[in-house]
Ligand binder design. Sequence first.
Ligand code: PEP
Ligand code: MN
Length: 338
Amino acid sequence: MVIVLNEQATDADIQFIVEKLHSVGAEAHVSRGEFKTVIGVIGDREKVMELHFEAYPGVEKVVPIMKPYKLVSREFHQDLSTIRVGDVQIGPGTFTVIAGPCSVESEDQILNAARAVKSSGAKLFRGGAYKPRTSPYSFQGLGEEGLTLLKKAKDETGLPVISEVLDARDIETVAEYVDVLQVGTRNMQNFMLMKELGKIDKPVLLKRGMSSTIEEWLMAAEYIAKEGNSQIILCERGIRTFENATRNTLDLSAIPLVHSLSHLPVVVDPSHATGRRDLVGPLCRGAMAVGADGVMVEVHPNPSQALCDGPQSLTLDEFEEVMQGLKALAGSFDRILQ
Ligand code: PEP
Ligand code: MN
């Protein structure tokens, strides 16, 4: 349930309520909005109801949350959230472009890609150092060496970087080098990983599991939020359907739907959704039109030589063209392209 406070509520009133909640073993998540403070309560419903918070000073009302996810729901936090990564704000009113190669392959490759996507207007740089490959014989990524190259790209260009963490044991290392930790589609329901990511103080980009419902996706986000980290960016990257003309099927309906259910920002990854570079531009524009908070796009200086996901990677020139298209559209959709 959510305890909604009135405008007169003081810090002491909030403290008193939080202590009462703790006394019955419930968790209290205080969220201070521009006008109102709400306290999200997680715990034994009966015990909490017996405390009759409606009668406490500073309380406007007590509202049950009907959804199975609580902290990430709009019932808990009505305003859409903005997640900050350095100077970049991902949330309402903006459209953030994250770009870079599928994997970090070499210093030349990563620096060329970072310089080019920056000059075309991307605001975050991506690159995988730990790669979740279907085959154990495929390139698995450069590991920590890849992270040092990403950091080098960041130091040179100033672009914050995002990279995938595959295993809870690597969180500390990955977090040392990157600004946003990515959870891939294959790990969305690795709940031990989610719990550990909930304990860090860095944004997490949570990809939708390729066979997951929207509710399962939001429940995975709830695992992270429950441990205290609410800096979560959702990423729709396509789901498995019977259609095999594309690598996955991009569920564009998920974007406005998730926005109605959750306050978390949602970005779209048209590269993994389609597996085809010719579809990336149109779906970036579609993502903007349905209200996504941004896109994450694979870009490679030489896609035919890429060690991973070449067919879906844009060349540097193609990326520039996609950015021009988005710039032309941003005004019509009241978004600041960044
Ligand atoms: C990726 O972003 O490179 C990746 C592996 O994505 P996904 O988890 O969506 O397949
Ligand atoms: Mn990839």
